[in-house]
Design a protein around this ligand. Structure first.
Ligand code: EPZ
Length: 419
């Protein structure tokens, strides 16, 4: 397994260009199962998870060509309606093929994703919604067996909580259903809106995009599209934190500025300065001393859970005490014990972490455990004294395109050791 070695203490300076958003590309690639013909998707990031869903679509029988930030997908030859355990267990977002397969082909067998490092992560709300639309759902041998031989029927669905992929699965199921579907308490993440815009380009009829009530009028068929995926707000936010933690100055290009309001607001309180010289460019300047700031993760437009670990890394160096509350996942503090190995002073109590800033962290061998935890360890390594060795970096490769290349371009002393 590869490792990343970082010599801390460099102020990061220069320009970085943000890649396409993983959490928009994944549902939009799955949505091509709904379209008749070959869809061409642009701004697709080169990530492990993208290659995983491409392989899953091929396993279903779709023709998928991935190259140079572009994905061409034709699903007319899909005939295998089974998403197998060995693929779904490596990436839970594979569950996003359930809605499209069921609504277009009338049947789907998708392995239950199981839990992951950050929590139990059930898909009960996905299944409850599909059942409300008339699907027959059975759970057998670790698989969801779903059938809708007469097609899905429009339904009025209320989500007990604003699940992101749950909203995406039901949105994709609804666009080819018979009649009208209303999704209430729907997730408002920008990636959900990006999917809805891609579906609209296919000919879907969706109202309320960007709000928590989506109204979908089912249509008979959808056409293939050419579509550019939005850029990654969490990658952009991670580079903002990199400027903050190293006291550097980074120009972030192709950033989805309007999707970063909550993050920018919180980072300003820590002392970061922001300039917006162009519509998708942000210049971030880190302070000489980071202020301690409390955060509480919330569904969009609140502070994103996918930035909690990175923000905590910054607070380890801050001038006082900060309270970090994680409300989305039940186990998203795995990075805490690794940060403590570097000298961080963090106390956990349930879903709250109390971080006492310290003058410095010391580089150490640490282990990545999930995508955003690994980003927080890299950030801590950038500012720590001495050498940090992050192992199991395949976690970081799932969500960050060429991270050590981008950080090196900003002056970081970082290299990958192929194991
Ligand atoms: C999406 O996961 C993202 N993944 C996650 O990003 C992100 O952290 C999360 O949304 C929250 O923003 C993708 O978009 C591929 P949820 P998802 O359903 O959809 C509970 C990353 O780092 N829940 O909104 O799986 C669930 O257990 C990844 O890129 C149910 O109880 O998240 C969790 O506690 C990590 N039943 C909460 O809701 C359900 O049926 C939010 O989950 C569904 C969810």
């Amino acid at each position: 397994m590869d490792k990343i070695i970082i010599e801390g203490g460099q102020r990061l300076e220069g320009e970085v260009t943000i890649s396409g958003a993983k959490n928009a590309a994944l549902p939009i690639m799955a949505s091509t199962l709904l379209a008749d013909g070959t869809s061409a998707l642009e701004n697709i990031p080169d990530l492990l998870d993208i290659r995983t869903i491409a392989n899953l679509l091929r396993r279903l029988g779709a023709e998928v060509d991935l190259s140079a930030g572009r994905a061409e997908i034709n699903s007319n030859s899909v005939e295998n309606l089974v998403a197998p355990y060995e693929l779904v267990k490596t990436m839970r977002a594979s569950v996003l093929v359930l809605g499209p397969l069921l609504t277009r082909f009338g049947k789907a067998q998708v392995s239950l994703p199981g839990g992951c490092a950050i929590g139990a992560r059930p898909i009960n709300l996905h299944l409850k919604g599909l059942t409300a639309m008339g699907a027959e759902i059975n759970l057998e041998h670790g698989y969801v067996q779903a059938e809708a031989p007469l097609g899905l029927q429009g339904a009025d669905i209320f989500f007990d909580l604003p699940t992101v992929t749950g909203t995406e699965n039901l949105l994709m199921a609804a666009v080819l259903a018979n009649g009208t579907t209303i999704l209430r308490n729907a997730a408002r993440e920008p990636e959900v809106a990006d999917l809805a815009n891609a579906l609209t380009a296919m000919g879907a009829k969706i109202e309320g995009i960007g709000t928590d009530v989506l109204t979908i009028e089912g249509v008979k068929s959808l056409k293939a599209i050419s579509y550019g995926v939005m850029s990654d707000r969490i990658e952009a936010a991670t580079f903002m934190a990199a400027a903050g933690i190293t006291g550097g100055r980074i120009t972030i290009k192709q950033a989805p500025v309007s999707a970063l309001t909550a993050v920018e607001n919180k980072l300003k309180q820590t002392g970061l300065k922001f300039d917006h010289p162009g519509q998708d460019t942000i210049v971030v300047t880190g302070p000489s001393r980071i202020n301690s700031v409390d955060i509480k993760t919330e569904p969009y437009p609140g502070f994103p859970t996918d930035m909690q670990a990175q923000f905590m890394a910054m607070m380890c160096f801050a001038s006082g005490l900060s309270v970090i509350t994680e409300t989305i996942f039940d186990n998203r503090f795995i990075h805490v014990s690794e940060l403590e190995r570097m000298g961080a002073d963090i106390r956990l109590s349930g879903n709250t972490a109390i971080v006492e800033g310290v003058p410095a962290l010391l580089g150490a061998p640490v282990m990545a455990t999930d995508l955003r935890a690994s980003a927080s360890l890299v950030l801590a390594g950038l500012a720590a004294k001495g050498q940090t060795e992050v192992s199991r970096v395949y976690h970081i490769d799932r969500g960050y395109e060429r991270i050590e290349e981008k950080l090196s371009g900003l002056g970081a002393r970082i290299r990958r050791i192929k194991a």
